[in-house]
Design a protein around this ligand. Structure first.
Ligand code: HEC
Length: 139
């Protein structure tokens, strides 16, 4: 009896210890790296450049769309509301809604190939890691 109790306690201690180490570390989960508030890692900077080339004319210079004088949705809000899959599906197939119409991007190989980097840039903006200003590429 005594032995069993000890065993159970040991087992639960082990379970606790195990769940403690297997907890995700959210800080390291960010798909972008920002240093000094304006330096982006090379991949995310590429995402910014793609955004600037293909999306900024409707979604405003740094993603805020209507909220910053643009024609399209505020994508800083969209990345918080939509799942990543929904975001990508909209980019691929376009969208006509209350705000207006966006063309489908599936025929644009550059956008399709690196849409994840565009998403990561918008995530960095949405998280407030990088401001409503021109980012720089980290050296
Ligand atoms: C010609 C203008 C235009 C361009 C260029 C454009 N968009 Fe859009 N986009 C829109 C409009 C307008 C909407 C809003 C549609 C609606 O809901 O009425 C929109 C909506 C979206 C949405 C859905 C937002 C939501 O909350 O549902 C995503 C995601 C999106 N755009 C991503 C992009 C990306 C990424 C690019 C660049 C590759 C891009 N857009 C380029 C006009 C544009």
């Amino acid at each position: 009896m005594k032995f069993n109790k000890k065993l159970i306690m040991l087992a639960s201690a082990a379970t606790l210890a195990f769940s403690a180490v297997s907890l995700p570390t959210y800080a390291d989960d960010k798909p972008y790296t920002v240093t000094d508030g304006k330096y982006l890692d090379a991949d995310t900077y590429k995402g910014f450049k793609l955004f600037r080339n293909w999306c900024a004319r409707c979604h405003a210079k740094y993603g805020m769309g209507l909220d910053d004088g643009g024609l399209g949705a505020d994508l800083l809000k969209s990345v918080k509301i939509l799942t990543k899959e929904e975001f990508f599906a909209t980019v691929e197939n376009g969208k006509s809604g209350q705000i207006g119409s966006m063309p489908a991007w599936k025929a644009n190989a550059k956008v399709m190939k690196d849409r994840e980097l565009i998403y990561n840039y918008l995530l960095a903006r949405s998280d407030g890691a990088i401001g409503n200003e021109k980012p720089k590429k980290a050296k």
